[in-house]
Design a protein around this ligand. Sequence first.
Ligand SMILES: [Zn+2]
Length: 116
Amino acid sequence: MKYNGSCHCGAVTFEFEEQEIKSGLRCNCSICKRKGALMSAFTLPPEQITITADEGALATYTFGSDVGKHHFCRQCGIYPFHQTVRKPGHYRVNLGCIDSLDTTKLPGDVFDGASL
Ligand SMILES: [Zn+2]
């Protein structure tokens, strides 16, 4: 299936193809628990996600090892996707940014990122 997502203001958009999304993932690491977002349980290699951003809109926050890249929209502050620590360069997306999904109706597994 084809999925389209965006930040709140629309300055950052993304699209990818994946099997139908029936669940998500939550994580208890120091940044995920603050974001509170339901993420994709799958990761996308860079060639499988198309990202479009207005010039200067996409900002990146890193901490610790700097391997994880936590992207956010500079205009509306929303987190649309990040590049994971465990699979450097690969993306997880914020399922809440996908209009066709209701994240309150999706089950979410919990990943114990705090113990890594
Ligand atoms: Zn935005």
